[in-house]
Design a protein around this ligand. Structure first.
Ligand code: XBP
Ligand code: MG
Length: 254
């Protein structure tokens, strides 16, 4: 029986990387007088490093004008990351980040159908709070049985920890839930936690690329791939139940 949906945030529920985080990182660089700029192509490469602070430190490895001392790099990344999250919240509060098609509909349908829902994300809690608070109001957390963010885990995606934690808090086995993801690190994380994934690739993660690499990394575990949840055939609870049932049958006969 399908009992729960576990939602990723960045890229899955909105194009937050395109419309928010990249712009906010660049604002943070500017605010410190750094002549650093992440264009979309570079940001696409950097998204394979999950976690904004980790991404900043990684990028400094290839910059001649970054501090030489590793401790100073970490300190600079912390300052930049704080400023980035403030800039991100401003962008969100201006209403510039809208839900991807079908996200609010499926959340409502799942709620009406009695499915429990959780969040499993690598992003900071403040970012989730800004985004979902803007869409649903201050009490947004009541819609989710558990919310696991970047600060709650030791290892970020593609490590399975964030999904394992969400499952524990939900009190669910992996075969009782579906994860909804947009990216290769997210898909890998969910699959490693034993979860089947509905993949809805975001702009930075073209479907062919994700699927080609997913096969190598984690094998099966993709229930379906859709351009958006509203793209025909629409992803609704009835379809998710069918996909989940088919995966269960496949598991028991395989
Ligand atoms: C996305 C991430 C995050 C965001 C930026 O995670 O990897 O690092 O890019 O957010 P997910 P922070 O797809 O799991 O939501 O700067 O707060 O890390
Ligand atoms: Mg994502």
């Amino acid at each position: 029986m399908l009992e729960a949906l576990i939602w990723d945030v960045d890229g899955t529920i909105a194009e937050t990387e395109r419309d928010g985080h990249r712009l906010a990182f660049n604002q943070a660089f500017q605010s410190l007088g750094l002549h650093w700029h992440w264009d979309p192509a570079r940001y696409g490469e950097l998204l394979h490093i999950t976690g904004g602070r980790e991404r900043l430190v990684h990028d400094m490895d290839s910059r001649a004008d970054a501090p030489a001392d590793p401790a100073e790099r970490v300190a600079l990344a912390a300052v930049l990351h704080r400023r980035k999250n403030e800039a991100y919240a401003d962008i969100v509060n201006m209403g510039r980040i809208v839900p991807r098609p079908g996200v609010l509909r499926l959340m409502e349908e799942a709620r009406a159908a009695g499915l429990r829902q959780a969040i499993a994300t690598t992003t900071s809690r403040t970012n989730v709070d800004a985004l979902l608070g803007g869409w649903f109001g201050r009490q947004w957390q009541e819609r989710f049985a558990s919310v696991v963010c970047g600060e709650d885990v030791i290892k970020k995606k593609p490590d399975p920890e964030v999904y394992e934690r969400a499952l524990t808090l939900l009190g669910c086995r992996p075969d009782q839930a579906i994860a909804i993801e947009d990216s290769l690190p997210g898909l890998t994380s969910a699959n490693r936690a034993g979860l089947a994934v509905l993949l809805t690739p975001s702009v930075y993660f073209p479907r062919a690329q994700v699927l080609a690499q997913a096969d190598a990394v984690s094998g099966a575990g993709v229930l379906a791939v859709c351009d958006s949840l509203d793209h025909p055939p629409v992803v609704d609870v009835a379809r998710l139940r069918v996909l989940h049932e088919q995966a269960a049958t496949g598991r028991s006969s395989g």
